[in-house]
Design a protein around this ligand. Structure first.
Ligand code: PLP
Length: 408
């Protein structure tokens, strides 16, 4: 028995998306910019998919810019908007964001800070990872140098849902546009671009059962972006490059399928997740992180820290038992780092070390939950023994050194 519980990192292709991919690839899509019949057919595919995506997300078709996925959408939003705002008013170089954002946002902003003189205000979050709107309001009290606010719709590690509509209201009151990274939310939560008030919204197809390598940035009418790539002038010059008609069809098919029964599916996932959580929290030293189950948490997200364990060891042990989950945070150059999200939520590095994220998706079943629950207890015991013997070895190494250097 095996259980894939890492849908937040990528989820299986939905049958509707697979069918669209196979049909489009078999046909030979044609270039949507070509004038001949094949090109015009490809253009129809792109535009029909644009319309479907827009209708599903409360946007206008003209507000959809196709991209290669979440990372590109975030970069186009942040770099493109910051540069456009600075071109109109050089004083506007400040970005407001929380430290719990995905690396696609964080590292882009840090790059802009290091290379283009952007200024950054880090907004605090509470113990569940939720932004305090009062802190945003305070940061917007003197908005003259503020270029933009970026606030993710839902966190990819702990699943916390952010007050995006309230943040957009506050930003607009100060004359500042807002970008939201909705990569984890689209397909899972009700996302209405118009109602949210956001000016820019990033999404990625492989998170809701579409193909890897396709996504979109929703750009509110009237929002100016400086393009990142220059070329054929596709997507009204905002994002040059031959459009992927087949990918667009598959993305629209996946989103339509994801939203067809979204409320029932969210309830089904939340019930599975709650049973998983109840079992995980039986393990001594296990603590739920993020918001309590409910509307402030993604329905498929269970994030737990296990005291005295290394998350990486746990993922290997669980993998050996057929359970695929993740620590939720990136390992840099092979070195496990405590999650920046958990640190921003106020956890110590030691507490954050034992983090595991289980994320359920459209093809998750009750058997997946049973498999994970059967494996977790023994895995935690073994991971703790491993951590214990590593610390004992480290203590043995440190003691003589201390003894040599310190007179008592
Ligand atoms: N933003 C969030 C919140 C994500 O979870 C991810 C992917 O994990 C991304 C952005 C990047 O998306 P992509 O993999 O499509 O580049």
């Amino acid at each position: 028995m095996s259980a894939y519980l890492d849908h937040a990192s990528t989820t299986a292709l939905r049958p509707e998306a697979l069918e669209a991919l196979v049909a489009g690839s078999a046909r030979g899509a044609g270039n949507p910019s070509s004038l001949h019949s094949a090109g015009r057919r490809a253009r129809v595919a792109v535009e029909e998919s644009r319309e479907a995506l827009a209708a599903a997300l409360g946007a206008r078709p003209g507000e959809v810019v196709w991209t290669s996925g979440g990372t590109e959408s975030d970069n186009l939003a942040l770099q493109g908007l910051l540069r456009a705002r600075r071109a109109a008013d050089p004083a506007r170089r400040r970005v407001l964001l929380a430290a719990t954002e995905h690396h696609a946002v964080l590292d882009c902003v840090r790059w802009l800070e290091a290379h283009e003189g952007a200024l950054v205000t880090w907004l605090p979050v509470d113990g569940t990872g939720c932004l305090d709107p009062d802190a945003l309001e305070a940061a917007l009290r003197h908005p003259d140098d503020v270029a933009l606010v970026s606030l993710m719709w839902a966190n990819n590690e702990v699943g916390t849902v952010q007050p995006v509509a309230r943040a957009a209201e506050l930003a607009h009151a100060a004359g500042v546009p807002l970008h939201t990274d909705a990569v984890q939310a689209v397909g899972s939560l009700p996302v209405d671009f118009a109602a949210s008030g956001a000016d820019l919204l990033s999404l990625s197809a492989h998170k809701f059962g579409g193909p890897v390598g396709t996504g979109a940035l929703l750009v509110r009418r009237g929002t100016t972006l400086v393009p990142l790539v220059h070329g054929g002038g596709q997507e009204l010059g905002v994002r040059s490059g031959t459009l992927d008609a087949t990918g667009a069809r598959a993305t629209a098919a996946a989103l339509t399928a994801a939203l067809a029964h979204r409320p029932e599916e969210a309830a089904r996932l939340a019930a599975l997740r709650d049973r998983l959580l109840a079992g995980l929290l039986q393990v001594p030293g296990a603590t739920l992180r993020g918001a309590p189950p409910g509307p402030q948490r993604l329905p498929g997200n269970a994030h737990v820290t296990f005291e005295g364990c290394e998350g990486d060891s746990l993922t290997y042990l669980l993998d050996a038992a057929g359970v695929e989950c993740s620590t939720g945070s990136a390992c840099q150059a092979g070195v496990p780092r405590p999650s920046h999200v958990l640190l921003a939520m106020g956890l110590s590095a030691a507490e954050a070390a034992g983090a595991l994220r289980f994320s359920l998706g459209w093809d998750s079943t009750a058997d997946d939950v049973d498999t994970a629950l059967a494996a977790i207890g023994p895995a935690v015991e073994r991971a703790r023994r491993a951590t214990g013997s590593r610390s004992a070895r480290a203590r043995r190494r440190v003691r003589p050194a201390l003894g040599a250097g310190v007179s008592r």
